[in-house]
Design a protein around this ligand. Sequence first.
Ligand SMILES: Cc1cc2nc3c(=O)[nH]c(=O)nc-3n(C[C@H](O)[C@H](O)[C@H](O)COP(=O)(O)O)c2cc1C
Length: 216
Amino acid sequence: MNLEVKNENYIEDLYWRYATKKFDKERQLSEEDLEKLLESVRLSASSYGLQPYEIFVIKDGKTREKLREAAWNQPQLTDSSHVLVFANFKKIEESDIDAYLDNIARTRNTTREKLKGMEEMLKNTILSFSEEEQRIWGAKQTYIALGNLLSAAASFKIDACPMEGFDKDEFGGILGLKEKNLMSSVIATVGYRSEEDRVQHLEKVRKSKSELYTIL
Ligand SMILES: Cc1cc2nc3c(=O)[nH]c(=O)nc-3n(C[C@H](O)[C@H](O)[C@H](O)COP(=O)(O)O)c2cc1C
């Protein structure tokens, strides 16, 4: 990596970030910082803009103890400031598409009538997916939001750890997702790194540009 590129702030932030293993238990996100993070995630792109997911933001200590047990006892679940659970829709209903179209009409001061073409396209496409395809498609969208969270957190100098190491069924039970047509796909813990976390000092391991990119 040439130094000029490395010194650009955003790239520097991405070097600074790492999947935090040990959080400083004493440091919590301020309301303002949490708000900035959540707003960054809310603005994530999604296919058609549908955002077929919800995100649980968990501060409560008792809930996090339970989640930790269902996440191979990983300490980030309790030692971070907040846990974010990304949960995609298990099944996408016609009413979900209608709610989205209503939102567009409201936000852009237009009518559902004018959105008829879009409505047909969305319903014909998404409702023709099998339930499994809908679930996978929904889960993919949550990973875009996760990526956004990681980059935004880095730029605000907030630490985060993305995590797939947890039991989805158990999380579903603890958070009452089953009753809500939701299924957890991925989680992230956010807060501030502990000085003792040795992982922060390790070099980043990434493919070289020539391994990663084919430039045609
Ligand atoms: C989808 C996803 C799931 C991950 N799951 C875990 C996890 O359960 N526990 C953990 O400590 N790290 C987890 N990681 C962190 C990765 O191991 C880490 O991002 C990777 O080794 C690259 O290191 P870096 O992010 O520190 O640059 C996960 C990362 C991603 C993107």
